[in-house]
Design a protein around this ligand. Structure first.
Ligand code: GSH
Length: 217
């Protein structure tokens, strides 16, 4: 049994859950209440001393950082989601990094400065919000172009890079980032959102987010 620690509001957590589900890993999800500061509790710091979600525990082995976790799970299952061929793997890594740095981070800035700053009682950072909006608009065309040439983000087959991108884009509706301007991204995303691994985690990020928010009121 592999234990996944995280929050359903966290895109990196959802990435790990999607991959675990897709691979059919026998996993148990443990909700870490970020609003209550559970990520800083002494018990959780034993699992992840960085005080962040997600993290996993696999028979005494603990690991943090969503990209390291998904690589670990794919390697453990000998999955084609992370090819062993040198160049194919390098392209998957390229798109994992691109999605993490240039898609997930700008969207996280928008999410934080639209919703989470209120929940965590921090100041709105308008500069960070503007940076997020500028960078996402600058970077999405590169993803659109790649998906015009390929069925999946790193080529002809589904890989870990698709899960990284998919989880990053989950917040688009809440961030008012209009993906209808990107037909190839929309088509690729719609198809993946109908897959079993996705519905095993949630109907959509937006509906789950609204339910969690309503439970705070
Ligand atoms: N690079 C990390 C990012 C982890 C991260 O920033 N997690 C956020 C939630 S999305 C978190 O734990 N925030 C709680 C805090 O900073 O106190 C990963 O991909 O796992």
């Amino acid at each position: 049994m592999l234990n996944i620690y995280g929050s359903p509001l966290s895109s990196p957590t959802n990435k790990v859950r999607y991959v675990a589900n897709f691979l059919g890993i026998n996993a148990e999800f443990h909700n870490v209440n970020l609003g209550a500061g559970e990520q800083r509790s002494p018990e959780y710091l034993k699992i992840n001393p960085f005080a962040k979600v997600p993290a996993i525990e696999d028979e005494g082995f603990t690991l943090a950082e969503s990209n390291a976790i998904i690589r670990y799970m794919a390697n453990k299952c000998n999955s084609t989601l992370y090819p062993t061929n040198l160049k194919e793997r390098a392209i998957v890594d390229e798109w994992i990094d691109y999605a993490s740095q240039h898609i997930a981070i700008p969207l996280a800035k928008i999410m934080f400065n639209t919703y989470f700053y209120k929940l965590s009682k921090t100041e709105l950072d308008t500069r960070s919000l503007e940076d997020g909006k500028n960078f996402i608009n600058k970077n999405l065309p590169n993803v659109e172009q790649q998906l015009t040439k390929n069925t999946y983000i790193a080529g002809k087959t589904l890989t870990l890079a698709d899960f990284t991108l998919l989880a990053s884009l989950d917040v688009c509706e809440l961030c008012q980032v209009d993906l209808t301007n990107y037909p190839q991204i929309s088509k690729w995303r719609k198809q993946l959102m109908t897959e079993q691994f996705y519905s095993n985690c949630h109907e959509s990020y937006t509906s789950m987010f609204n339910k969690v928010l309503a439970s705070f009121k």
